[in-house]
Design a protein around this ligand. Sequence first.
Ligand SMILES: [Zn+2]
Length: 279
Amino acid sequence: MRIGMLNFNQYLTQPLRVVVAVSTLLLATACSTSPTGRNQMILVSDGQMNEMGKASFAQMKSDNPPSIDKAFNDYVMCLSTPLLKAAGENPSEWEVKVFDDDSPNAFALPGKKIGVHTGMISLAETPDQLAAVIGHEIGHVQAKHGAERVSMGMATQTAQQVSAVALNGVEYGDYALAAIGVGAQYGLILPYSRTHETEADYIGLLIMAKAGFNPDQAVALWQKMKQSSGGNAPPEFLSTHPAHGTRIRDLGNKQAEARELYQKAIAQGVVVDCIKPEF
Ligand SMILES: [Zn+2]
């Protein structure tokens, strides 16, 4: 990475060279650690990322107003409240919205924003299965995957994109939007890496188990998605996620730890009573 940066540095104008130099300096110093203990390179502040996530979510809501269906909203709220508490978050600081969209998808943005498509609510057969999806999205936010992708972009993308991300606090480059998870709507898809997906799966699995949802249902959900995608082009959520077989195996490896947390929650009398709306 460092060699590539020096090579393209010679094509840059002076002010941009300064940006790249600063970025390069930050590369050496901005290492942090994800909730699972993985080393991360993060070059943007939480404040910048939250601002980007909030602005993007506001734009998405204005382009495609969230569902006002009470049953859908109550259901998603019933699930996300205990999940967020189990994740050590304050649910009132989060915004979880339902979008009328038949594709089985969900997404998360920095700034504590989550969107769930009605297609995903329909596909997830049980509350525990949808809890696995929401837990996964909370995992992306808590692990700062958006910030990590923007940082990677700053380190590797063209000078123009570097300046858009690094110098302008409000008007972000398309790359930055794609990097934080706003993609499909703008014709840009930047898949999360396998590392990010596996990490979000793992964090989500522990969160759901702590909240009293049966972690075995996470595996059941991915199997269900595998069936539903059949031989056709996979839904968006799937296309940007690891191969089903790999995902199911990875989750299986973490299952013992999650089952223990789940048993503990049940023994403590945690009861989650959310009812899936009828379609
Ligand atoms: Zn994901």
